[in-house]
Ligand binder design. Structure first.
Ligand SMILES: Cc1cc2nc3c(=O)[nH]c(=O)nc-3n(C[C@H](O)[C@H](O)[C@H](O)COP(=O)(O)OP(=O)(O)OC[C@H]3O[C@@H](n4cnc5c(N)ncnc54)[C@H](O)[C@@H]3O)c2cc1C
Length: 393
């Protein structure tokens, strides 16, 4: 039977981070993954350039039923620690916007860095190795795997969430959690585009497919100022991905298409200053001509501004500043960047990531009920939680 001090299931961001940090402490580490390649999501991430962290990472950037859980790990392995690692490996990077750090070249630079560290400390990584069964020993664990039986003192579950099954995602981590008595909070797709079915909105999305506009979108007390992208399927772009994590089926989105202005006050000012300008021409100065045309067509017949009554102006202001949109749903796990929900953190130590129910069992990364905003926060959670567990496994 194969023996290791630590077995990590999942050779993704969190698993690899945990692996080399534990090996650096002198632990014999074996990483198992059922996929044919390590770190597939890293390779796909950030449009191929991996948004590997965010300069402004704070606990407030994460959703969880237990919002305090992430604080300790994030404080012990910060964005600055990962930036130092990236710099030490000579990986060139830049800030794109809003503190988001991306590779200058490609995501594989980050994966290569993690694999180089694993190599340096002698981590054994076995791909295409499924885990069929796990039993608890006293102490430790025994796994039935594609390599045969494996025994270990510490078992780390780093199998991620359900998003993008074609990249190797599975519900394995939740299954293991349940096996050892853990609660798994309901999961749903996060950071995901919206679909629309309402005929007027669908026609508008089709017509404007590829158009992007800056907006402020709000839902359930949260709001984000970012770009909205119209697509053939519905509404996407960073603003929509961010708010999707707060949206529940049936909720309305409120979209402010004039985030720099109070829409009604701005329209009144324009009416006073330029009474003869046509509404369509005015909106064409702010939006693309196509979007302006469609906004006008959707019930706002274009006339010179002086002809609008105060009531009409108010309706127009609401349309531009508080546009109510009802998505039909989201594109789901097929395109979601993350999975909300997961292993309930109230049964996991925030210091060590060890199960409070099964000694020697650890959960790290996205499998836990900790989900970051868009912008490098999800990788920072993978690094921080992986590092935290590595100190104790
Ligand atoms: C398209 C896309 C782009 C993204 N871009 C960014 C970005 O730029 N910045 C950012 O911060 N976040 C981004 N994310 C989110 C980020 O990739 C994840 O939050 C992060 O990878 C989670 O790390 P993890 O180690 O927990 O899980 P993963 O990286 O998903 O790793 C899990 C590993 O476990 C393996 N596994 C699963 N089931 C089993 C099983 N049964 N047996 C054995 N192995 C198993 C998988 O093959 C995989 O290798 C993106 C996600 C997607 C899908």
């Amino acid at each position: 039977m194969l023996q290791a001090d630590v077995v990590i299931v999942g050779a993704g961001a969190a698993g690899l981070m945990c692996a080399f940090n534990a090996a650096a402490r002198g632990r014999r580490v074996l990483v198992l993954d059922h996929a044919n390649k390590a770190g597939k999501k890293i390779l796909m991430s950030g449009g191929g350039r991996c948004n590997f962290t965010n300069l402004y990472t704070e606990p407030a950037n994460f959703l969880s039923a237990n919002p305090h859980f992430c604080k300790s790990a994030l404080a012990r392995y910060t964005q600055w620690d990962f930036i130092e690692l990236v710099a030490r490996h000579g990986v060139p990077y830049h800030e794109k916007k809003l503190g988001q750090l991306f590779c200058d070249h490609k995501s594989s630079d980050i994966l290569a860095l993690l694999l180089a560290e694993c190599d340096r400390y002698g981590v054994d990584i076995r791909l295409q190795t499924p885990v069929q069964d796990i039993q608890r020993l006293e102490p430790g664990y025994r796994l039935q795997t594609g390599l045969g039986a494996v025994a270990c003192q510490s078992l780390v579950i780093a199998t991620g969430g359900l998003s993008i099954p074609t990249l190797g995602a599975s519900g394995f981590g939740y299954q293991v959690a349940r096996q050892f008595g853990h609660q798994v909070l309901p999961t749903r797709a996060g950071l995901v585009p919206f679909t629309v079915t309402e005929p007027g909105l669908k026609a508008m999305c089709n017509e404007l497919s590829g158009t992007s506009v800056e907006c402020r979108v709000s839902c359930n007390g949260e709001s984000f100022r970012e770009n909205l992208l119209f697509t053939h399927r519905g509404l996407s772009g960073p603003a929509m991905l961010q708010i999707s994590s707060y949206w529940q089926p049936g909720d309305l989105l409120e979209i402010d298409l004039l985030p720099d202005h109070d829409a009604l006050a701005w329209l009144a000012e324009q009416q006073a200053a330029r009474p003869n300008i046509e509404l369509k021409t005015l909106l064409g100065e702010v939006f693309t001509r196509k979007l302006a045309g469609l906004l006008v067509e959707q019930g706002l017949a274009s006339r010179p501004l002086r002809q609008y009554t105060p009531g009409e102006l108010r309706a127009l202001g609401e349309r531009l500043g508080a546009w109510q949109v009802q998505p039909a749903g989201t594109e789901g796990y097929r395109t979601a960047e993350v999975t909300l929900g997961g292993v309930d953190t109230r049964e996991v130590s925030s210091k060590t990531m060890e199960s409070r129910l099964a000694p020697g069992l650890y959960f790290i990364g996205e499998v836990l009920d900790v989900t970051g905003h868009l912008g490098g926060f999800n990788f920072q959670w993978a690094w921080a939680s992986g590092y935290a567990a590595a100190q104790y496994v």
